[in-house]
Design a protein around this ligand. Structure first.
Ligand code: URA
Length: 434
């Protein structure tokens, strides 16, 4: 087999066979196929697309390019969740303890944040001493006893994706649905969970800005996962404005704890209920959605979910006192109130730019090497559809110093559009794909 023939075949829009796809992925991972040929092939895929059997073959070859984690020792109810990334997305911090309290085993590998979206691991490091590096044995032990563990991604999980994603980043081939499907699903399949739920965001702060593309991505990921024998569901959700009110690492942990204590942050809580009920129903832990929702509510009311979070933090070496006393979480020295500049409704918010405000305050990374400030960020006081009077509180900026706060205020005010008429609101949950 010759790589040039395979590039030519895809360039003409023909279907690659499973064997050809395996040859490409194995050859590229081993270093036998050079970057320039792989770039040409990925550009051909971007323009010509892939059939479902091709995308499935690509995903499976990429998943098998490294370790396939074996979670069978944890029983039948292993589950995992993936989000395509958004602003203020602290879902895992709420969802994992809730479903763990209902009997699921969430053995998660997670990444650090880059750009305007934060990573779950960064957020969890708000607990002093918290560590995400551990032996595979300890990883399984915590998942088994607590029901919820979050580790950093191991070096040998889908190494083909690591190389391909880095190449896509510099060859303008990121936004290809089959390449995104195979990238995300190869890592999820290699991580070993039997049930996988996906949160596909759409809107101004999302990777998939158009809803139609988000649904196509959701359907294809569900399809590939099912063909690999996993229980699957994907939820398409709004990212035209941040999720919840808090944006910034420790601030998001505080908001997640508030939900686990019973506070209703409507979009965040509903997302956890939809993802959580899909985990419970698809894995067989609940008979139907009504039972699943009742059990998830009970996990909060009884305090069981909050205790799961504390148990996980303790098991991973962290000081869990802050779970019960959030004043112990790291806090920024400067807090600046931002006031509404005029009377009216908030008709739009630029979610991505609000993420960038937090990043510029020091809460996110521009490069992988950047050290982040866990304390800083923005807490919104109002969201799209809310009516304010000039001077009402719009948000509070948490900053390292007064100058940074002042600059952030200017940037933040640019993120809002106001109107005199109440804006039409689209539903937060756009649909569930099973
Ligand atoms: N996230 C991934 O892991 N891969 C992609 O291709 C896009 C988003």
């Amino acid at each position: 087999m010759h790589m040039t023939d395979l590039i030519e075949k895809k360039k003409q829009g023909l279907e690659l066979t499973e064997e050809e796809i395996r040859f490409i992925v194995n050859g590229y991972t081993a270093g036998d196929i050079p970057d320039y040929q792989m770039s040409a092939l990925m550009m051909a895929i971007l323009f010509r697309g892939m059939t479902i059997p091709e995308t499935t073959a690509l995903t499976m070859a990429m998943a098998h390019s490294g370790d396939m984690v074996d979670l069978s020792a944890l029983g039948a109810f292993t589950a995992d969740k993936h989000s395509t990334g958004g602003v203020g997305d602290k879902t895992s911090l709420v969802l994992c303890p809730m479903v763990a309290a209902c009997g699921a085993k969430m053995a998660k590998m997670s990444g650090r944040g880059l750009g305007h979206t934060g990573g779950t691991i960064d957020k969890l490091e708000s607990f002093p001493g918290f560590s995400t590096s551990m032996s595979p044995e300890r990883f399984l032990e915590i998942a088994g006893t607590v029901g919820f563990v979050i580790a950093g991604q191991t070096a040998n999980l889908a190494p083909a994706d690591k190389k391909m994603y880095a190449l896509r980043d510099v060859t303008a081939t990121v936004n290809s649905i089959p390449l995104i499907v195979s990238s995300i699903m190869s890592k999820k399949l290699a991580s070993g969970a039997k049930t996988i739920v996906l949160d596909v965001k759409t809107g101004s702060g999302a990777f998939m800005e158009k809803e139609k593309d988000a649904f196509t991505l959701a359907r294809e990921m569900v399809n590939v996962g099912k063909q690999a024998g996993r229980n699957m569901a994907a939820v398409v959700t709004d990212m035209d404005q941040p999720l919840g009110f808090a944006v910034g690492n420790a601030l998001e942990v505080k908001e997640a704890i508030a939900v686990l204590r019973g506070e209703n942050v409507p979009d965040l809580k509903e997302l956890c209920m939809v993802l959580g009920s899909n985990i419970l129903v698809r894995s067989g832990l609940a008979a139907d959605e009504a039972e699943a929702r009742a059990r998830l509510e009970e996990s909060i009311e009884s305090g069981a979910a909050l205790r799961k979070l504390a148990d996980m933090v303790t098991a991973q070496g962290g000081d869990a006192s802050a779970v019960y006393d959030v004043s112990l979480l790291p806090a920024a020295p400067v807090q600046r109130r931002v006031k509404a500049p005029r009377d009216g409704y908030i008709s739009a918010m630029e979610a991505k730019n609000i993420g960038l405000v937090s990043m510029h305050l020091g809460g996110g990374r521009a490069t992988k090497e950047d050290v982040i400030d866990l304390c800083v960020g923005v807490v919104l006081a109002a969201k799209v559809g809310d009516r304010l009077r000039a001077g009402d509180e719009l948000a509070v900026i948490h900053a390292a110093d007064g100058k940074a706060a002042e600059e952030a205020e200017k940037e933040l005010l640019e993120c809002y559009t106001f109107s005199d008429r109440k804006p039409r609101r689209r539903p937060f949950i756009r649909g569930v794909v099973t």
